[in-house]
Design a protein around this ligand. Sequence first.
Ligand code: ADP
Ligand code: MG
Length: 240
Amino acid sequence: MIEIDRLEKAYGEHRVLQGVSLRVERGEVVCLIGPSGSGKSTVLRCINGLESYQGGEVRAFGERVDNRAPSIHRLRSRMGMVFQRFNLFPHRTVIENVMEGPVYVKGEAPAKARAEALELLRKVGLADKAQAWPAQLSGGQQQRVAIARALAMKPEAMLFDEPTSALDPELVGDVLEVMRQLAGEGMTMIVVTHEMGFAREVADRVCFLHSGSIVEEGPAAQVLGAPRHARTQDFLRRVL
Ligand code: ADP
Ligand code: MG
């Protein structure tokens, strides 16, 4: 479903991604781990066409991802993205945030979009907050709304960039639970995370990124439980 082949990305002289290759099949959950600055966010941004790249190729759903091509909007709408900072619209209620994409981007009828949004809020455990303002919610609740909002566009894959890193520790669990449920339903997911428990339990595969290269990749139990590469071992010693 998503194929990255020898991806090269540089900012000026700085080679941020140096030949990253990764294949994600439909229904797979892949966790990307690695130190800060290793290029994890850049990989996600190249996948959904928020960044250009200089070499190699990114393909999604069989199409080349090219952030200057007119088709990029359609391609991007097939992937949902959730960031570290839940950027909800502050002047719209929770349910309006979830309806926004279907109504304004897809032209769905508001009544239908509202019913679907409520269903999604129920799914993330926030149906009772439909009429609340984002500022009235905790960070974890806001992040669950952000997930519902991404799902409202009926994406075929979901990209998560450290969705729990900005949350107080006691709020992390509810967000991971929603993601775990989504994985269980067969959603294709690429998750950048420092939550090793989640990765171990939910990921089909874990990729360890270091200085713009995937230095180790394999089943979660192997990469996290018995890492082969010294850099992976060193990283895991620090975060576990
Ligand atoms: P990670 O998500 O693993 O922390 P990033 O993908 O955000 O890493 O960044 C990888 C490297 O690219 C870092 O060294 C970062 O400073 C650099 N970088 C990211 N975005 C930009 C940008 N817009 N301009 C210049 N350098 C950038
Ligand atoms: Mg990042």
